[in-house]
Design a protein around this ligand. Sequence first.
Ligand code: ZN
Length: 432
Amino acid sequence: MEDFTEEIDHYLSRLFPLTRSLTGEGNRETLKILQEIIPLDIKEYPSGQRVYDWIIPKEWNIRDAWIKNSQGVKIIDFQKSNIHVVNYSIPIHKKISFDILKEHLYFRKDLPEAIPYRTAYYKRDWGFCMAYNDFKELFNGDDYFVHIDSSIQDGVLNLGEFLIKGEIDKEYLISTYICHPSLANDNLSGLILTAFLAREIMKNDNNFSYRIIFVPETIGAIAYCAENEQYIKEVDCGFVVTTVGGPGKFGYKQSFNKTHKINRVIEKVFCDNKINFIIHPFDVHGSDERQYSSPGFRINMATITKDKYYEYDYYHTSLDDLNFVKAEYVNSSLNLYLQTIEILDNDCIYKRVNPYCELMLSRHGLYPDKGGTILPGVNTTDELDIVLNLLFYADGNTSLFEISEITGLPFRLLLKIAQKLQQKQLIEKILI
Ligand code: ZN
């Protein structure tokens, strides 16, 4: 397993405090920092632009926010946590009664120490989020002074795109979202993993091409699809990378066709790594697969996850922080994504050059010297066994990945020996 823990940790700490949203300075800053990892192309879409059934919203920025009590004491402070303010809150600066204020306060009685995360993207509203414990202690029915120094103006929506050209044009799509402020698993972990995944893919000689995008969830994905419709239609399959850094179990959300190869490859990688995993069957809720798998595109999009969104107690609260998420968890998830891509990128169909009967392996330097004493194993990882399996299944119909499914042998080993047999001109690659 490759170890990127230290670098991941660095970017977790740097990117966590930024105030991200659908639009705004925090998103641009995030994308700029990711440019240190990969040469990301930062795109912009103007407010008001129509994208399918949606309209790009005005740009939201926030500088400060607080609530003061009648003694002038700050009892909520945006500088201490950017999720104290409902995302996309309109500006406000006035004294109000508790009765009015309480309509704009959000907390969770079931998780009294956590600040919940709330948004008001498409209605002009304002609000504050706080721990229920603080609410009980700090509010006593007095008048309060409320201040939100935000702006909602014509501007742009930003997203990041990175294209990696492979041997063939057929593409895999890897998408992650960048719209959550200081929340670590959902989805800072996802965007950092995606950047490192892209960097590693970039280093390879790839067969496939990769379209890697960093978008604000929903509206960003829709905008990207609208602008790139002809390309998205050609995408083979892909991943929505999210919630990959929690302490809980690994799992994966299946794409809409559960027998699709992408799901089978993910399961194979879990099995090869001896990881017990949770299957989250496809449903129409979720992340940006809602756009990519819609009828016009119908792309199979899967998600490998560690503490999936919706499923962990701290989801969308201040407790989803850097105590909950660890760089080493993100690193483990990254390695699983890398192995999955390795299979998807290298899977191909081989055909025996001479398909009749067994080959005389000793003539090709493939048979151990003392043949008589060898007892056959069942799909062991001995080279001889792998050679026999490959020569049996290299029929021009069965892909290398399918051979790994049938035999239970690790894909990487099969690939290595297949390349050796190809060099010896015993098998030929007929299809990527
Ligand atoms: Zn979320």
